[in-house]
Design a protein around this ligand. Structure first.
Ligand SMILES: NC(=O)c1ccc[n+]([C@@H]2O[C@H](COP(=O)([O-])OP(=O)(O)OC[C@H]3O[C@@H](n4cnc5c(N)ncnc54)[C@H](O)[C@@H]3O)[C@@H](O)[C@H]2O)c1
Length: 300
């Protein structure tokens, strides 16, 4: 059996090919879990699985879109077939896009439904399929009944603080927190804990590319300035929080939302405004992705 605080545990990570999910898959494997990566991008997923194996871990891949109802049951079957059990489910998959921007008046009902299918329904379906398999697996050999299962849902600081004109994303990520709390209450008696993580701005491969294309270091530093720790996050920052929540030491933590955000959500906003004002005065030509015609976030 592999060494590490997650030795003997089997994990599914949705969207584990790259980005935050990629970091979660690597961290779980580094701590001894055997990991099934479920992703629509099977090529990149295979590369991450190979990276994990090269580092001495165990990982495999299933191609699938978690917004499709059948995929939840398929991924659970796949993990049990491959590794013989299921202990951990990390629900992370979501890439977003310009289609989900807008207010309640602007968003079409089909867009709303598609957004909720990916952001919320997929996590309900994942839990629905995984919990019976966790119960059937029981706690790994030698571990107490409090180790039957762990679910970690990736929300966002957008689930805690609302940004304008982001109805689908903000409501979806807030719903993830509600779903997490309900699952925690319903399945705590089974030895299954359910928690959410709310990441701040995480510099994934895609985010790195966007910032590099912007070619504006001042813009990047403006974003860092919003964070009391004066840096943006990495996928491994989230992976470290996920492995903690999945370890035996965290068995008394459930129903919680852990902001992994460099302190962004606890800082009084008026102080940020003044720091930002000074920075902009010093760097009048700075640009961020907000300035791109198809940039990440609308503003007004
Ligand atoms: N990056 C951030 O700053 C940030 C901040 C807060 C929350 N989040 C959340 O973290 C999660 C991951 O974000 P990211 O920035 O790492 O994204 P990313 O686009 O870098 O990676 C997402 C991964 O999920 C896969 N994926 C997307 N939709 C899928 C689907 N329906 N089924 C299966 N796989 C799918 C993609 O192929 C990709 O491998 C999302 O839930 C996102 O909302 C991200």
């Amino acid at each position: 059996m592999a060494a590490g605080k997650l030795a003997g545990k089997v994990a599914i990570v949705t969207g584990g090919a790259q980005g935050i999910g990629g970091g979660c898959a690597r961290c779980l494997a580094a701590d001894g879990a055997q990991v099934l990566i479920v992703d629509i991008d099977s090529e990149t997923a295979a590369q991450n699985a190979e990276r994990i194996r090269q580092a001495g871990g165990a990982a495999s891949v299933m191609a699938g879109d978690v917004a499709e109802e059948s995929v939840a049951a398929e991924m659970v079957d796949c993990a049990v077939e491959e590794y013989g059990r299921l202990d951990i489910l990390v629900q992370n998959a979501f890439s977003g896009g310009a289609w989900m921007r807008g207010t309640a008046v602007e968003i079409e009902p089909d867009g709303w439904r598609a957004g909720m299918a990916s952001l919320v329904d997929a996590l309900y379906l994942g839990a629905r399929a995984a919990i019976p398999a966790m119960r059937a697996s029981g706690a790994p050999e030698g571990l107490p009944a409090s180790e039957v299962g762990r679910i970690v849902n990736i929300s966002s600081i957008h689930g805690m603080l609302q940004a304008p004109e982001r109805l689908i994303y903000n409501v979806g990520k807030t719903a993830v927190i509600g779903l997490t709390r309900q699952l925690a209450v319903d399945f705590g008696p089974d030895g299954i804990t359910v928690n959410a993580i709310a990441p701040g701005h995480i510099v994934t491969e895609n985010m790195r590319k966007m910032w590099d294309e912007m070619g504006n270091d001042e813009g990047y530093r403006l974003f860092e300035l919003h964070y009391p720790v004066r840096r943006l996050g990495t996928p491994e920052d989230i992976g470290a929080a996920v492995t903690f929540l999945c370890a035996p030491e965290a068995s008394f933590i459930t129903g919680q939302t852990l902001a992994v955000d460099g302190g962004q959500t606890v800082q009084l906003q008026e102080n940020i405004v003044m720091d930002v004002k000074d920075f902009i005065v010093e760097h009048p030509d700075l640009k961020t992705h907000f300035d791109q015609p198809n940039g990440g976030v609308p503003r007004r």
